[in-house]
Ligand binder design. Structure first.
Ligand code: NAP
Length: 251
């Protein structure tokens, strides 16, 4: 798998899935920009990567703010000279049933999960088009197929799938691929914020009866990031222990 010396920006990589993706891309030889809205978390992951003998910088930025996103990509370009791989991983969840969902909960989830993916993809594509090379990997969720109590989250992740397919078409001529991973339940800090009842409901609909690991998602990201996947674009891969099949059958 060739990603050696590629420059990868991984958003929200101060914890959870993003942290594991950043570390695995670094292990495969990429130079990594560890982004997070939380500077302490980003610094910790960057230090871990450097300590392990690989290259990384930490950049604090909120992906839902255009000026911060543009500054982040300028910093990446200055530090490493190019931007080859973008993993749009930063995401939040604020689950509520429709009647309890506030405008603020709707807006914040759409802002980080969907607008953040758009802003980072636009900023990265400016560099990737010049290089005639790029890999954009969006982290959606199996929830984009629909799940009770997740109207804002599911809508944001469905938007990420639509964005993936559209950007794949727009950017194909620049040899930029755009793909998407839709994880099922993964054991991360975000998962542990879910109420007990929500976890019980999720586990009942889990064909394998188990929770996935962040490394399962990182493996998918490595596939899409590699030079060898140059003929794969606009695709969504479910890494969810079979739950996507169950949801389609039950709709
Ligand atoms: P996580 O552990 O909460 O990690 C997300 C990271 O993103 C956190 O470090 C968070 O910082 C950061 N972040 C939040 N808002 C940001 C912003 N505006 N700009 C930059 N960084 C920001 O969550 P995770 O479970 O690893 O989730 C990673 C991605 O996978 C998300 O897109 C999520 O929707 C998706 N996903 C997760 C699961 C799952 O079961 N875990 C399933 C399907 C999809 P703070 O900690 O300071 O908020």
């Amino acid at each position: 798998m060739s990603i050696r010396n590629r420059v990868a920006v991984v958003t929200g990589s101060g914890s959870g899935i993003g942290e594991v993706i950043a570390k695995s891309l670094a292990r495969e030889g990429a130079r990594v920009v560890v982004n997070d809205v939380n500077s302490e978390q980003a610094g910790r992951v960057q230090a871990d990567i450097v300590k392990a003998g690989y290259e990384a910088i930490a950049v604090t930025a909120d992906v839902s703010k255009q000026s911060q996103v543009q500054d982040m990509f300028k910093t990446a370009q200055t530090a490493f000279g190019r931007v080859d791989i973008l993993v749009n991983n930063a995401g939040i969840a604020k689950d509520r049933g429709l009647m309890k969902l506030s405008e603020a909960d709707w807006d914040s989830v759409i802002a980080v999960n969907l607008k953040g993916t758009f802003l980072c993809s636009q900023a990265a594509a400016a560099y990737m088009r010049e290089q005639k090379y790029g890999r954009i990997i969006n982290i959606s969720s199996r929830a984009w197929l629909g799940w009770p109590g997740q109207a804002n989250y599911a809508a944001s992740k469905g938007g990420v799938v639509s964005l993936t397919r559209t950007l794949a078409l727009e950017l194909a001529k620049y040899e930029i691929t755009v793909n998407c991973i839709a994880p099922g339940i993964i054991d991360t800090p975000l998962f542990h914020t879910l109420p007990e009842e929500a976890v019980a409901n999720l586990m009942r609909a889990q064909p394998m009866g188990t929770i996935g690991k962040a490394a399962d998602i990182a493996y998918g990201a490595e596939f899409f990031a590699a030079d060898e996947s140059n003929y794969v674009t606009g695709q969504v891969i479910f890494i969810c222990g079979g739950k996507s099949v169950l949801s389609s059958l039950s709709v």
